[in-house]
Design a protein around this ligand. Sequence first.
Ligand SMILES: NC(=O)c1ccc[n+]([C@@H]2O[C@H](COP(=O)([O-])OP(=O)(O)OC[C@H]3O[C@@H](n4cnc5c(N)ncnc54)[C@H](OP(=O)(O)O)[C@@H]3O)[C@@H](O)[C@H]2O)c1
Length: 304
Amino acid sequence: MSKVYAFHIFDRPDTQKLIDRPAPQPGPGELAVNVRAAGVNPVDWKIRSGALGTDLALPAPMGQEVAGVITAVGAGVEEFTVGQEILGPVVPGYGGFAEDTLVAAVDAVVKPEEISFTDAATIPVAAAAAYDVTHQIELDPGQVLLIVGAGGGVGLMAAQIGRVHKFTVLGVASEAKRQVVEATGATFIPSGDAVAGRVRHLAPDGVDLIVDLVGGQALREVAGLVTDPSHLISAVDPATAAELGGVGLERTPEAMAKITDVIKYGLVDPQVTSRYPLDRAGEALAVVEDGHTTGKIVIDMTAA
Ligand SMILES: NC(=O)c1ccc[n+]([C@@H]2O[C@H](COP(=O)([O-])OP(=O)(O)OC[C@H]3O[C@@H](n4cnc5c(N)ncnc54)[C@H](OP(=O)(O)O)[C@@H]3O)[C@@H](O)[C@H]2O)c1
């Protein structure tokens, strides 16, 4: 048997627990993966809340992004072999907070040996989103990128990508995150009341792109600072972005491989700030659900 962390009732975190299941067997085009690490993301609790739909079979395994070792390949898979180290999003319904799971071969990327399993596990969802959000609308070096929610998993990586491209990056986050945001090369701007005035003080002519990772009022407060309203991308609140003239995040299939290379060469650090063992997945999820995470939280099979 193989362990997986699952919820049993929508909107009931108290029904999350480790359960046993037979190790998943790969179907055509799929890889069975022995999980070494899994990234924890806001989408995990959003799925459990039922806000993204309630047609999942229960108990529903949790966790969307993993890095691990291939233990079996399904029919038709020719580009991967047993024993290879890979990273990827899990096949829907199988869960990443697990000893074993499935990844579609078409979605998998070989894990470079330069990248640890822990860092690799942040790539399929968070790092790939950071890549997409900074490439969907291209800026030129020196142009001003404002990131709202700069201290979280996606934000810290988006800020580093901005530095690689030589954008002028302004990062809005709570005071507790000043140091980590500044370490990316971004200029830190404290969130909270009158944040728009603080941004305006630093960018009197406005900003060239807003990347929103918070949504709602935090987005509305700064939206007027962007010189072209269509240069506003929200990864979390596409409805408010559209109302303000902006757009939602568009995910691209190439992002995972591209950001894997960038991380491999040490240009972006996924900023894993906490590692939890599988049997403490609930604690890791609760920290992310609280909404004030610094960097990435990862379930690490080697963590104590
Ligand atoms: N569409 C997609 O494919 C996709 C992919 C990845 C992520 N996302 C979404 O993008 C969002 C961010 O993801 P994440 O993984 O970075 O989340 P995260 O790690 O939980 O970080 C969120 C950050 O927002 C900050 N924050 C909260 N309120 C704020 C405010 N008013 N102003 C500035 N910062 C504020 C939080 O800390 P402080 O309050 O302490 O600053 C925290 O650091 C989530 O909603 C996630 O679901 C979407």
